[in-house]
Ligand binder design. Sequence first.
Ligand SMILES: NC(=O)c1ccc[n+]([C@@H]2O[C@H](COP(=O)([O-])OP(=O)(O)OC[C@H]3O[C@@H](n4cnc5c(N)ncnc54)[C@H](O)[C@@H]3O)[C@@H](O)[C@H]2O)c1
Length: 395
Amino acid sequence: MRIAMLGSGFIGRFYAESIQGQRTRDRITSIYSRREESAKKFASDYGCLHWTTDMEEAIAHPDVDVVCISLPNNLHETAVLLCCKHKKAVITTKPLGRNASEAKRMLEAVETADIFNGYLEDLVYTPKFLKALESVKNGALGRILWSKSRETHPGPHSDWFWDLEQAGGGCILDLGCHCVEIGRNFIGKDIKPVEVMCWADTQVKPIEAEDHAIGLVKYENGAIGQFEVSWTFRGGLDLRDEVMGTEGTIWINNFLRTGFEMFTTGKGADYVAEKAESNSGWLFPVGDELNDLGYNHMFTDMFNAIEKGISPKETFYDGYVVNAVLDASYKSAKTKLWEPVKLDIWRGQTGLSKPSNLVEFDADHYLIKEEMTHYGAKKLILKNKKSGLISERIL
Ligand SMILES: NC(=O)c1ccc[n+]([C@@H]2O[C@H](COP(=O)([O-])OP(=O)(O)OC[C@H]3O[C@@H](n4cnc5c(N)ncnc54)[C@H](O)[C@@H]3O)[C@@H](O)[C@H]2O)c1
C-alpha cells in the first residue's frame, strides 16, 4: 500500500511505526502536516517521498492508494469528504465523528462515493482481545450476559482534546468509543444497542467537558455493556476488559499488568509506556506497545481487505454505531434517565428478546443451581414449575 498520512502527531507516529516498523511492503508516501517543519521532520523520519502543508494535495497525490486520517476530531469530516472527492480509500482514527450526525454524514459520503472505508479501532485488534473474541465466538463463555471495558488515564497529551468544540466531548467520546466497540464485539455487532444510562461529571480538570464517566449500554437481547472512562485516573494507562457469559468469564489486562514488572531507582530512566506517570520505582512497561495495542493486526486487516476488495472488520458503519451510543450516553448523563440509542441506519438483527432463563431439570422442576460441597455432598437447588417452591436435593 502507498499511504498518505494526515497528521504527524501522537497517533500519526504510532501508526507510522506500526505500518513501517517491521519488514513490510507498505509505505507512507505522503505526509500532510499543518506546519512545514513537522511535515519535513515526519518525511525524513519515515522516508516519505512527498510532504505538504496542503491536505488536499496529500490526498490527491498520484502515489497514494489509501489515506490515513490522524487529525483532531473536528477535522475528520473535512478529510473524509476530500477522500470521497478524489476517490481514495480512507481509514480513520477514532472516534469517527464528534457525534452521530457527523459520523452518519461521513458514512453516507464514503458509501455514495463507493470508496473503501475502515475504522481504526485498535483495541479490538490486540492479541489478547482477538484470542478472547475467538473463545467467545466458539461458545466457550456460553450466552454473553455482560461485558465491561475500562480505559482511564491522567488525561490527553494535546491542547485540542481539552477544547470541547474541537474534540466534541471529553473522556466519554475520547475513551468511551474504544469501550463501546469492545462491548459490541463481545456481545455481537449484529445485536442492537437500545438504551444507555450514564453518569458523568467534571471532577478535577478546569474544562467544560466531562473528565470521568461510567455508563451502561443495554442491548436488545438483554446483554449489558459497561464502560468506565476517566481523564483523572492516576497511575498510567489502565486498559482492562471483562466479559461474562452463562458458561464462563474472561478478564484481560492490556497495559498496566502485562506480566512485565520492573524496579529502577531512576538511573538511566527513559520512556516506559504510553501515559506512564513515573520512570522510577516499580514500573509496568509494555513489551511491544504497537502490537499489544493492536495497531499491527489492525493495519494487516485493513490492507488485506483493500487488496481483496472486501470490508475490513471495522468500518465507518461501526464508527457511526459507536457515535450513536455515545450521543445517548451524553443525553443520559444530563437527564439522569435511560436514553434510547437513535440509529437511523441499522444493519443488524431486529426484534430480539431476552432468551428464557428457565433451565429444565425434570417434568416438574427447573434447575437453579448444582454444587459440590466441601463435605462431599452434591446439592441441587430446584424450583417447582407449578408452585414456585424452591427446594434442595442432596445426591
Ligand atoms: N488509540 C487510538 O486509536 C488513538 C490514540 C490517540 C489519538 N487518537 C485519535 O487520533 C486523532 C489525533 O490525535 P493525536 O493524539 O494524534 O493528536 P496530536 O495533537 O498529537 O496530533 C494531531 C495532529 O494534527 C495536527 N493538527 C492539529 N490541529 C490542526 C488543524 N487545525 N489543522 C490541521 N492539522 C492540525 C497536529 O499538528 C498534529 O500533527 C484524534 O482523532 C484522536 O482521537 C487515536
